[in-house]
Design a protein around this ligand. Structure first.
Ligand SMILES: [Cu+2]
Length: 123
């Protein structure tokens, strides 16, 4: 490879990178992703019931003010750790309707076993 072709390849890569970031930005702007804030505290999720539409893309944004928690939505194979002081996110586009239980899967104290909520997905 000569210096010239190397430089051209490099510029091409830089151009592709710039283009893809522009595309990502444009795509980011179009379909609005609804952000739902969920607080995981001893020993409940707030809100305990989350309502979404089938096919709607949502971003669940978790905080845990007290101790480390977990969010687990088994029916969708979705889970995340929730660590105090850090924002945890989970993006979801449910393709089915129904009521699905989510729960805390990180032991957080005496009420841990009852720490769960419901995701309600309607047509
Ligand atoms: Cu827990």
């Amino acid at each position: 490879m000569t210096i010239d072709t190397q430089r051209r390849a490099l510029m091409g890569a830089a151009g592709a990178l710039a283009l893809s970031s522009m595309l990502a930005f444009a795509m980011d702007k179009k379909p609005k992703v609804r952000v739902i804030k969920v607080m995981a505290k001893k020993f409940e999720f707030v809100p305990g019931e989350i309502h979404v539409k089938k096919g709607e893309t949502i971003t669940l944004q978790f905080t845990a003010p007290e101790v480390p928690m977990g969010f687990n939505l088994p029916d969708f194979g979705a889970r995340t750790d929730i660590v105090p002081g850090k924002l945890a996110t989970l993006q979801l586009t449910p393709a089915k309707t129904g009521s699905f239980t989510f729960l805390c899967d990180v032991f957080c104290g005496s009420g841990h076993e009852d720490m769960n909520g419901t995701l309600v997905i309607s047509e």
